[in-house]
Design a protein around this ligand. Structure first.
Ligand code: PGA
Ligand code: ZN
Length: 458
């Protein structure tokens, strides 16, 4: 089979498969314009939207999300700090950086050369944590550029990033009960209680299981006299008496919905422990307990013994490396231990964690690092050592569903996108349903294989 590539500077171009000869019509992806706008996220806070327009006329738009339980080692989200606008949270400075400096640097570059484009952005910023231009400004442009290239080639973003290999739909981690900072500390110390429909045959079936469990949980909560109001990520936010009560109620909901916990559906937790840690002490306010790292590890070990938990994210704080090593030696061969605040999608921290054997999976939040290329590098590092990766939203989200395409395009076997409620969350799941349909018979569901390190001991 011959591959003939035409390079054209025409205003349009499409790949076509003519049987024996694949004709690739590569369009010109030189950037004509870069623009930006201050818009709002799901919490009513300003965020950055960027548009990259190519000379061919194709365009990509991207909106950046924002965290509440933000890791200390994340790239910097630039806010105006002007108390007269949006309580200091405006992003006009970041928007201006895109419209002036970034546009000036990128116009004329080939958007298809993502690595060169991201390198130019990093160099233009010139700081180690993207503090000058703002990681929100840089990421919006980095993602918008990737989307403009996909549009120019008439392809979906997942296809544009992953080619023919991109056929695996991730297992969703549905955060059906919210706590911690995402509920103003009104519910539990643990931030996220998630269900994973690992035993489903397809993504769409798995999503349906998760939705049914979510609704069953609403019924269980009402029956127990709790509210069914929701937190930042769409999960219920009842004022429970203890953290473990959340797990008990969710197990009841799984059963009520007609599924088997452990066999078909696994539990995943994100305590976001950095949020309740200080000076060597983990404070579980809900339970009136103060634990050192060893006791905190024992706490999780007892939960794993008792409940069908398959994944634990940020079970310890972001700089408690010694504690993480103990946690890994205790649980690393039984469940998935995901580094979020610990790793902040930063290849340098991922390398340390691999060497130190601190965890065995990476949470991928592109806005923690600020460019698509660096996030891809982190994912590749994990793949080399057999770690699983989890594409992730932030608690402050938008209608932008790019992470769904990133999950499939970069072959990440899991995705964390909140409860199946509120459009900022559901947009990601709906996008995955569309990708599943686009893939047709080629679509695969990651299923149990998503948990690479899990001994499936539940
Ligand atoms: P955040 O929380 O987006 O508020 O940081 C999500 C998480 O901790 O995974
Ligand atoms: Zn987290």
């Amino acid at each position: 089979m011959a591959i003939v590539t035409f390079r054209s500077f025409a205003a349009f171009g499409l790949g076509c498969d003519s049987g024996l000869v694949i004709i690739r019509w590569e369009v010109d992806t030189r950037i004509a314009a870069v623009d930006a706008l201050e818009v709002l996220d799901s919490r009513g806070n300003p965020t950055v939207e960027a548009q990259v327009t190519l000379r061919s006329g194709s365009r990509g738009d991207a909106l950046v999300p924002s965290g509440a339980s933000t890791g200390q080692h994340e790239a910097l989200e630039l806010r105006d700090g002007d108390p007269h606008r949006y309580l200091g949270k405006g992003v006009r400075k970041a928007v201006t950086h895109i419209r002036v400096e970034i546009a000036d640097r990128l116009v004329g570059m080939q958007a298809a050369d993502q690595a060169a484009l991201d390198k130019a952005l990093v160099e233009l910023d010139g700081t180690p944590n993207k503090a000058r231009l703002g990681a929100n400004a840089i990421l919006a442009v980095s993602l918008a550029a990737a989307k403009s290239v996909a549009a120019a080639n008439g392809r979906s973003l997942f296809r544009s990033l992953g080619g023919e290999q991109a056929v695996t739909l991730p297992v969703p981690m549905l955060n059906i009960l919210n706590g911690g900072a995402h509920t103003g500390w009104q519910t539990t110390d643990v931030q996220e209680f998630m269900v994973m429909p690992l035993g489903a045959p397809t993504f769409s079936e798995g999503l349906r299981w998760g939705v049914e469990i979510y609704h069953a949980l609403g019924v269980v909560l009402k029956r127990n006299g709790y509210t069914v109001l929701v937190g930042d990520e769409g999960g219920y936010a009842p004022a429970l008496k203890a953290n473990a009560e959340a797990v008990e109620l969710i197990l009841e909901a799984i059963e009520q919905a007609g599924y088997q916990a452990g066999q078909q559906v696994g539990l995943a937790l994100d305590p976001a422990a950095s949020e309740f840690y200080s000076a060597g002490v983990y404070r579980l306010r809900r339970e009136g307990r103060e634990l050192d790292a060893h006791r905190m590890v024992e706490y999780w070990v007892s939960w794993v013994k008792q409940y069908p938990i398959v994944s634990l994210e940020d079970g310890l704080a972001q700089d408690d490396w010694e504690g993480w090593k103990v946690l890994s030696s205790e649980l690393g061969d039984r469940i998935q231990l995901v580094g979020d605040d610990l790793l902040v999608t930063n290849p340098a921290r991922v390398r340390i964690a691999i060497t130190e054997r601190a965890c065995n999976a990476l949470l991928v939040k592109v806005n923690q690092i600020g460019t698509l290329s660096e996030a891809i590098e982190a994912v590749k590092l994990c793949r080399e050592v057999g770690w699983a990766t989890v594409a992730s939203h932030r608690s402050g989200e938008t209608e932008d569903s790019t992470i769904a395409d990133l999950a499939v395009g970069l072959s990440m076997p899991q995705i964390k996108a909140g409860a199946p409620a509120r459009s900022d969350r559901v947009a990601k799941y709906n996008r995955l349903l569309r990708i599943e349909r686009e893939l047709g018979v080629a679509a695969k569901y990651a299923g149990w294989a998503a948990l690479k390190q899990s001994g499936r001991t539940i």
